[in-house]
Each structure stands twice: as structure tokens, then as C-alpha cells.
Design a protein around this ligand. Sequence first.
Ligand SMILES: Nc1ncnc2c1ncn2[C@@H]1O[C@H](COP(=O)(O)OP(=O)(O)OP(=O)(O)O)[C@@H](O)[C@H]1O
Ligand SMILES: [Mg+2]
Length: 440
Amino acid sequence: MSSGSQKNTIKVLIVDDIADTRENLRKLLAFESDIEVVGAAGTGREAVEIAGQVRPDVVLMDINMPDMDGITATKAISTVVRTAAVVIMSVQSEPAYLRQAMLAGARDFLTKPISSEELYATIRRVYERNEPVRLQEAQMSTVAKSKGEPVKAHRLTPTAGAGHIIVVYSPQAGAGVTTLATNVASALMRQDTRVLLIDCNLQFGDVDAFLNLQSPATIADLTKAIHDLDQEMIDNVLLTHGSGLKVLVAPPQPEDAYDISPESVKELVRTLAGGYDFIIVDTSPQFDDMTLNLFELAERIVLVCNPTIPAIRNTRKILDIFDHLAQPAGLSEKVIFVLNRVSNDKDRGRGTVPTASIENHLKHPVKATIPLDDRAVLTAVNQGVPLVAKLKSRSPGQEMVDLAELIRRSVESEDDAIQPEQPTDARSKSGIRALFGGAG
Ligand SMILES: Nc1ncnc2c1ncn2[C@@H]1O[C@H](COP(=O)(O)OP(=O)(O)OP(=O)(O)O)[C@@H](O)[C@H]1O
Ligand SMILES: [Mg+2]
């Protein structure tokens, strides 16, 4: 039975397409005074919707369901309601699904048929384990209410960086985001220009590999301490590349990303920006609350696209969203649209779409074109040295240097034209759900 009346009740959402199963679970849970069933759903899609409304602490999730399967729903719920711990319910013979479910963000699993003891123990265990996430979210929402003020008076050395935040993004995996982020950051470096490169591809970040850096300390160490950051802590976590570039790397394991909230990343980037002239942010292709937070913060969004049909289609979708978003508004105007992997070689370029057609289709001008050069790009990655550091006067290093200069000019000439953020934060309360019409 319940471990104590002073504790909050654990809010549980039951998700299973079989009505009898839902009812049995509901009856079992009714005996426990510290557990309250706050909702039930028969499909994955319904589960995501209800989870957004009732914000459960624990979700009991079936895998095979019509409409949207349990793994997809787990991923969506884990991203949108970070305080919800998903427990997968499956029959014994589904180890491959279980692995996928854990990668999607599930915290535990139960094997059907489920005994009542196991059910109660698992719910209480995942709830307790999720305590730090609940605390962190509670703190972050208190901060959000303080209307865009810095989280706390950070004990940071006062600096006077221009703080231009440049987010590099592509909805298409492998488009060259990390290649361009590392090279642009490196090309922006000058004696009088301080540059920080942040790897916000939290699950599969590889900036460290691109720059041949190793570090036990990562972005997770700073987001964890977001309320108590001090200069010494930051200095201990940031790495210095041989070129002088400052780098903040992503966590080593994909699952570490689940403990990092989008709000804490936003707050961290904002805080660090004060000490640098340029902050270049590498991102994952996922379009979620974190990317949206970063776009909101960004002064420029370098949108990377390859000249292929799937990449163009995904870019179209992103540009459409940017055009129609009320909050944060003005994302389209921040876009610097870049084509990467463009080949003039008749054979190699076969099947790719000409730049003029892409511009025509997307109604967006291509601001930079980076040539395809497998050998040069791969050699640089293998050596851990940005291309622009070695081959800046030769293609494709030259084009990357040009892109960096274009970015520099665009922010320096329009310093007052674009205000990075309106701190009303109406959107961040409902997050990406609001964007896709879900309940807030
Ligand atoms: N202009 C180019 N010419 C040739 N190869 C390139 C070019 N740009 C990137 N690549 C190669 O494409 C691959 C993917 O690049 P990169 O890792 O930069 O993409 P990404 O968008 O960051 O991918 P992910 O979605 O995995 O984060 C790498 O092997 C890189 O060497
Ligand atoms: Mg990458």
C-alpha cells in the first residue's frame, strides 16, 4: 500500500487499445491510495493528446496499437511532457521493441500478464527516479514566470561579447549541419572575435569527433547547475580547440539527453552568449521544443539543405512552419538558406536539383552554395581539423569562409533590425504541442 500520506499522489495514464486491459489496470490501481488514474487512452495519438492535457507522472503504455504505436507515442510524450515517465507493457517476446522503446524515452517495462505487486512497485520506482526532473521543471517554470529575466544573478565574470547566436539546422539528417557549424565557427575566429561552438545535438552530438576533442565534462554538467552557474564551473566545462575556438560538447550517451530540459538549454545558451561575440549552435534534425527554443533565441538560423528531393521537401515543411508560426514570430526572416553538397560535375550531380529550381520551389533565395567534396570534407573530419583551418582558399573551404563572412556581415549590419526574442513566452508554456494544434 501507499508509503505515506504526506506524499503527492502519483498521476497515472493508462494506454492500451483493449478496453478490458484498461479496465483491469484501473481496478488494480484503485486499491492504492498513493496512485490516481487520471486518464485512459486507446490509441497512441489519443495518449499524446491526453498526456498533454493531464500531465501524468507515469504512463502505462502498450506497444501495438492502431493509429500511432506505443513507441512513437513514447517518444512524443517523453519530449513534450518531460515529467511523465513511460512504462512499456509488452508480452515477453518483444526484446527488439523494448530496446526501441527505451531509446524512445521509456523508463521501465512490465511484462504481460502483469502482477499487481510488480505494477505498484514499478510505478513507484519510476516516479521516485523521476523526482529530479520534476524538481527541475518546477524550478524552470518559476523562472519562466519571472518574464525573461536571467535565471538568477549568475556569478559570472562580466564580459562584453556581442552575443550573436547562430543556430545551424537541417530537418534532414546528415545534410552537413555539423560540418558547417564547426567550419563556420572556426572561420569566424579572429584575434578580436570570441567564438563558442555548442553541440546541442544532445543525443548524437559529434562535434567532439569533428574537432578531435575529448572531455568528461559536457553540456549536461552546466544545464544541471543552471541556477548556480559560476565562471569557474563554465571554464572547467568548456574546451579549447587548438585554434582557440571554445567548445561545449554534447553528452556521451543518447539517454543522457532525457535529463536535459529544453528550457535549461535555452537559458544556458542565453547565459553563455554574454561572453562571446558569436555562439554557433549545432543541432539535431529533430524538430521539437528544444529546436524551437533555440530558433527563438537565434539571431540567424542557418538552414542547411542538400539538392535532393527528400531534403527539399523537408525544408519546405520547415519554411512553411516558420511562415505560419505566431510564436515565435519572424523565424523566416532569420533564415540564411544554404545548399550543401552541390556538384557541377555532370555525373556526380546527376539526379540532384538545380539551385534555381530549388529557389523557385521554396521561394527562398539560396545565400550560399557549398560544393560536394567527399575527400576534402572526410579528410578534415578524420584529422579533427576544420577544413577552413587548412584549405581556406580552396573549394569547399573557400565557400565555408565566405558563408562565415556573410553571417558576420548580416548580423553586424543589422544589429538593431532583428530582435532575437520577445520574452512573453506564451508559446513556451504550451510548446510544440500548440504548434501542431494539440491541447496546451
Ligand atoms: N560538402 C560536402 N561534401 C562532401 N561530404 C560532405 C559535405 N558536407 C558534409 N559531408 C559529409 O556528410 C556526412 C554528414 O555530415 P554532417 O555530420 O556534417 O551532417 P549532419 O547534418 O550534422 O548530420 P546529423 O544529422 O547526423 O547530425 C559526413 O560524413 C560529412 O563528411
Ligand atoms: Mg550533426
